[in-house]
Design a protein around this ligand. Structure first.
Ligand code: MLT
Length: 237
């Protein structure tokens, strides 16, 4: 399988993703949040880029059937019901509700991949299941690392490396140069938290009090699901 890795949401072009199978990764925290919401029984999750889009879409839902979530600079958006902490997307809160989510980088990466043929979300939480399913389902893949504010981010890169390595256990893979680097970074000695100790965005989230989110998002093999974008939003496979 041919796998191409893209370093940031801003580097995604229509040319690169049109008609392809695309995986978006935003470990800290958008793809971890969406995966958690779906596994905790939410309805479809709608990614939107701006707060205005979120408000417009929210108005279309019957009262009490949808929630707005997301962040700016890691913090909850004023007036929204939820922030971007996966630990707040619990069954009692999200069960049966549609979620409209807007984040700085993750939903941008999703939006910039809108020409893809199929669009999936991966984070460490669902990576093992996702790798098995993707190896069986697709012939080629573009992995979009969301990055942070236009910069390369180590958390997404490590997750992309692990995804390539896991897919490589099921089928032969050939990657672009970035794919080779991230895979060899993942294959080096050391646990995931050790490798990400000095990751800029991880350190930022810790500095604003989200240590528990970080610990949660770095766990592997938690969920057997693969969120996929359909016309009604993200649902799980
Ligand atoms: C994003 O999409 O930029 C992230 O999810 C930011 C965050 O950690 O909340």
């Amino acid at each position: 399988m041919k796998i191409e890795v893209v370093a940031t949401a801003q580097q995604v072009s229509e040319k690169l993703t049109e008609g392809k199978s695309v995986v978006v990764i935003d470990v800290l925290r958008a793809t971890s949040v969406i995966t958690t919401a779906l596994m905790n029984g939410s309805g479809p999750v709608y990614p939107v880029e701006t707060i205005e889009e979120a408000e417009k879409l929210f108005k279309k839902f019957e009262s009490g059937t949808a929630l707005r979530g997301g962040e700016r600079a890691g913090k909850k958006i004023a007036g929204f019901e939820l922030g971007n902490s996966p630990l707040s997307y619990i069954p009692d809160v999200v069960g049966g509700k549609s979620i409209i989510i807007s984040t700085t980088n993750g939903t941008k990466a999703i939006r910039n991949s809108h020409k893809s043929n199929s669009l999936y979300l991966v984070c460490f939480l669902n990576l093992i299941f996702a790798s098995r399913l993707l190896a069986a389902k697709v012939n080629g893949l573009v992995i979009v690392c969301s990055g942070t504010n236009g910069n390369f981010s180590l958390d997404d890169a490590l997750c992309a490396g692990m995804l390539i390595d896991e897919i490589g256990k099921h089928t032969e893979v050939k990657t672009n140069d970035l794919g080779q680097i991230v895979r060899s970074f993942y294959c080096q000695e050391g646990s995931i938290p050790e490798k990400l100790r000095n990751c800029t965005h991880l350190n930022y989230l810790q500095s604003i009090g989200y240590n528990a989110d970080v610990d949660y998002c770095l766990q592997t093999h938690v969920y057997d699901c693969l969120p996929q974008l359909r016309s009604e939003g993200f649902i799980t496979l």
